[in-house]
Design a protein around this ligand. Structure first.
Ligand code: HEC
Length: 110
C-alpha cells in the first residue's frame, strides 16, 4: 500500500512537471501561428496614442509618419529601440510583429 502511495506521488510529480512544460510549447505554436502578424492591428494597439490613426497626430512630439522618409530597416530599429520620447517596443512586441507594424507604418505615407 505504501508503495502504491509512493508510485502515485511520483506519477503526480512527473505529470505536474510535464504539465508545466506545456506553456513554452504552446507559445511556440502561437508564435508560429502568428508568423504573419497584422501590422494594422498592432499599430492600432500600440502606436495611435502618439502617432494617431493616420500617423499625423504628433502627440508627445511624435513624428508625422505620413511624411517620414525613413526606410523600413531603420523604422524597425526605431520601433525596437525607441528614440527620443518614443517608447522602445522590444519587450512588448516580437521581431515579426515589429517588422509587420514597421511595414504598415510605410503604408501611412501619402
Ligand atoms: C509614446 C509615444 C509614441 C508611441 C507609443 C510610438 N511612437 Fe513612434 N515616435 C514617437 C516620437 C516622439 C518620435 C520621434 C522620435 C525622435 O524625436 O527622435 C517617433 C518616431 C517614430 C518613427 C521615426 C520616424 C522618422 O521619420 O524618423 C517611426 C517609424 C515611428 N515612430 C513608428 C512608430 C510605431 C510603428 C509605433 C507603434 C509600434 C510607434 N511609433 C509608437 C512617439 C511614439
Amino acid at each position: 500500500m505504501k508503495q502504491l502511495f509512493v508510485f502515485l506521488v511520483i506519477t503526480t510529480v512527473v505529470w505536474a512537471c510535464g504539465g508545466s512544460e506545456q506553456p513554452p510549447t504552446d507559445n511556440a505554436v502561437t508564435s508560429t501561428a502568428a508568423a504573419a502578424p497584422d501590422g494594422k492591428k498592432i499599430y492600432k494597439q500600440n502606436c495611435v496614442t502618439c502617432h494617431g490613426l493616420y500617423g499625423d497626430m504628433g502627440a508627445s512630439g511624435a513624428l508625422n509618419l505620413q511624411e517620414s522618409v525613413l526606410p523600413l530597416e531603420q523604422r524597425i530599429v526605431v520601433i525596437t529601440k525607441g528614440r527620443g520620447a518614443m517608447t522602445p517596443f522590444e519587450n512588448l512586441l516580437d521581431a515579426d510583429q515589429i517588422a509587420a507594424v514597421a511595414q504598415y507604418s510605410l503604408e501611412l505615407k501619402k
